[in-house]
Design a protein around this ligand. Structure first.
Ligand SMILES: [Zn+2]
Length: 279
């Protein structure tokens, strides 16, 4: 399994990157290369991971909800091996990143730094050792081991010494949250590794998801990103509704029927009229 240093180089920035505020949507896409079949278990695992992450974010952001799309599936134009290449590309470290995103953008309309859309791509393809995956610039790319991890399968070793042990669903959700953070402009925390924030979500904390946290400055950045909605209004508890209904019925029972009621209605209509004219 990749280490924290395997995170996308774009994410290794020392400052939080600005994201334009607007009513943005985070789009989740499951990509199958041309030689891989669609898998319902992968698709539903992504859906559950998104749901879990959205709930965790809301709990850590005072009820603000991440704006998400339904998980979309697309078959790409090329087989899985095409994306990692044969090592002949001078930019081999970024070949997987570049080749996958080229096809992914073409089939979904995605792009970097889109103020209205963040794109999270899962692809059923493995990179070569050392090739970049992760998040940054409004995009995240999750390779096949993330799908296997979410689906409870053994992993495929990529780098020397990698284990085939499945690392668990929650860790997969933590990885998703970490890379989404990078896609939304969050860097690794200052001082890590060895700093006081090592176990925040944006460093080793993804290993312990959901038992991790966001720093205050990260929360402020996420809430200003335009990709979160305000908390839903809190409904009155049942007892509150019953009390309100009871008081209302008492009020109407005590009101005289006659001109005063018509007068009240007139005032209300007038207020509506004034209010409309002000719009
Ligand atoms: Zn990272």
């Amino acid at each position: 399994m990749r280490s924290i240093t395997g995170c996308l180089a774009l994410s290794l920035l020392s400052v939080i990157q600005p994201v334009c505020a607007s009513a943005g949507t985070v789009n989740f896409v499951y990509l199958s290369p041309s030689d891989k079949a669609y898998r319902e278990d992968y698709n539903s695992a992504i859906e559950t991971a998104v749901s879990d992450l959205t709930g965790w974010l809301a709990a850590n952001l005072d009820g603000h909800r991440l704006n998400t799309s339904e998980v979309v599936w697309r078959q790409t134009e090329n087989p899985a091996a095409y994306y990692r290449g044969d090592g002949s590309d001078p930019a081999d470290q970024y070949q997987f990143w570049n080749y996958v995103l080229q096809d992914a953008f073409e089939t979904t309309g995605g792009r970097f730094y889109d103020p209205e859309n963040v794109w999270i791509y899962y692809i059923d393809a493995d990179p070569n050792p050392g090739q970049t995956v992760g998040g940054g610039a409004g995009v995240a790319l999750m390779p096949a081991n993330e799908l296997r991890g979410l689906a409870g399968e053994p992993l495929v070793p990529i780098d020397p010494g990698d284990s085939t042990d499945n690392t668990g669903f929650d860790r997969g959700v933590g990885v998703l949250g970490h890379e989404l953070g990078h896609a939304l402009g969050l860097p690794h925390p200052p001082g890590s590794p060895g700093g006081v924030f090592d176990y925040s979500l944006m460093y080793y904390g993804y290993l312990n998801f959901p038992n991790t946290y966001l720093r205050d400055v990260e929360k402020e950045h996420l809430l200003a990103s335009g990709f979160f909605s305000d908390p839903a209004p809190v409904p009155l508890p049942l007892s509150g509704w019953m009390l309100s209904a009871g008081l209302l019925s008492l009020f109407w029972l005590r009101r005289p029927v006659g001109p005063s009621v018509r007068k009240l209605a007139h005032v209300s209509m007038k207020r509506i009229h004034v209010s409309n004219s002000e719009c």
